[in-house]
Design a protein around this ligand. Structure first.
Ligand code: FA5
Length: 336
């Protein structure tokens, strides 16, 4: 191998200095910087190769040549560190600029859901009665014949069963046709006085029309205590309707018949166009029903009603057709 001269190594070192400076100048990011480091300072890098040619020099020249290369290495190392810092600062500034919030931009509008109008009305009715001191009770939607009919004084073959055309599940079980079976369940599990309401879903084989749906909701009310009369029932209903609708409605009581109440009544409210809409059936709990649950009809009396939630919602918002509540049309539902 031809021995190398100090002058030649100096020339190579000079050329290398120009090269790394050019390479570093075009570096844009951390990856590019790493490539430059590997190219000049890596194990097989260009400067490392110059170092290994030191041994080709005459012994006397090795020390000054070594100093020269060490100085060059230091120079490159420092420049790389400086550039690394600069890149990091630029990167940080870029990130901050990208993350900056513009508080003057208008906000993004997101549609918010809300409760179904029937749920809104149910909650409002519950609220009114809870303020009057009633508890909220519940019972099963799949009910047995005993609670839905028999205990309510409607034995088999009683003509009144035709009024509640039912969905039967088997001989004994059916989808409850009203919330009145909850009266029986509550009275059998508590001693008087009893003061409850029970909101819930009911099912009847009614033909759907503007005021009837095969699935609908009632709120049952039951108050049993010593000394209650029809006057108390009438006051409760009037007070409730006044609180729900506010002033300016017209209400009508008329006689009706239910096997489980005596006397019985129905309540109508006048609609904006003038016709009357029935909202509930009501009455004094029949002594036979009180006896059936183990209460003494000589000791206590009671009254009850079954109120249609859909009907109340129709009156509240002037809705002409009950079926609108069940079509899930967002154009209708979003109005409430
Ligand atoms: C009853 O269901 C009795 N259980 C009410 C009752 C309870 C009377 C306690 C006495 C004591 P009726 O079938 O009339 O009664 O229904 C009561 C109310 O439920 C009606 O006034 C009406 O508002 C509502 N309703 C009944 N059937 C439907 C239906 N198919 N669609 C919508 N609402 C209905």
């Amino acid at each position: 191998m031809r021995a190398m001269q100090l002058a030649e190594l100096k020339a190579k070192a000079e050329a290398l200095r120009e090269e790394w400076q050019r390479a570093l100048a075009s570096v844009q990011d951390a990856d590019g910087l790493e490539q430059v480091r590997v190219r000049f300072l890596g194990r097989r890098g260009e400067l490392t190769r110059l170092f290994s040619s030191l041994k080709e020099l005459a012994p006397a020249e090795r020390a000054p040549a070594g100093q020269l290369l060490n100085a060059l290495k230091q120079e490159i190392t420092d420049a790389l560190a400086q550039k690394a810092q600069l890149i990091e600062e630029q990167e940080r500034a870029r990130r901050l600029a990208a993350e900056r919030y513009d508080f003057t931009l208008p906000g993004k509008w997101r549609p918010l859901g809300h409760l179904h109008p029937l749920t809104q009305v149910r909650l409002e009715i519950e609220d009114i009665f809870m303020r009057m001191g009633f508890d909220v009770a519940s019972g099963p939607e799949v009910e047995d014949d005993y609670h839905n009919f028999e205990a309510l004084n409607i034995p088999e073959d009683h003509p009144a069963r035709d009024e509640w055309d039912s969905f039967y599940i088997d001989e004994r079980l059916l989808l409850r046709t009203h919330t009145s079976p909850v009266q029986i369940r509550v009275m059998k599990s508590r001693k008087p006085p009893v003061r409850i309401i029970c909101p819930g879903r009911c099912y009847r084989r009614d033909n759907p029309d503007a005021t009837h749906s095969p699935v609908f909701h009632q709120v049952e009310l039951l108050w049993v205590e010593r000394g209650l009369t029809m006057a108390n029932l009438k006051w409760i209903i009037e007070e409730f309707v006044r609180r729900f609708f506010g002033p300016g409605y017209e209400m009508r009581f008329s006689a009706d018949f239910f096997p489980f109440t005596e006397p019985s009544a129905q309540v109508h409210i006048r609609r904006p166009r003038g016709e009357w809409l029935e909202i509930m059936g009501a009455g004094m709990v029949d002594p036979a029903v009180l006896a059936e649950v183990g209460y003494d009809p000589e000791e206590v009396t009671g009254f009850a009603f079954g109120l249609g939630i859909e009907r109340m919602a129709m009156l509240r918002w002037g809705i002409e057709d009950i079926r609108l509540f069940y079509q899930n049309d967002i154009r209708f539902l979003s109005q409430f």
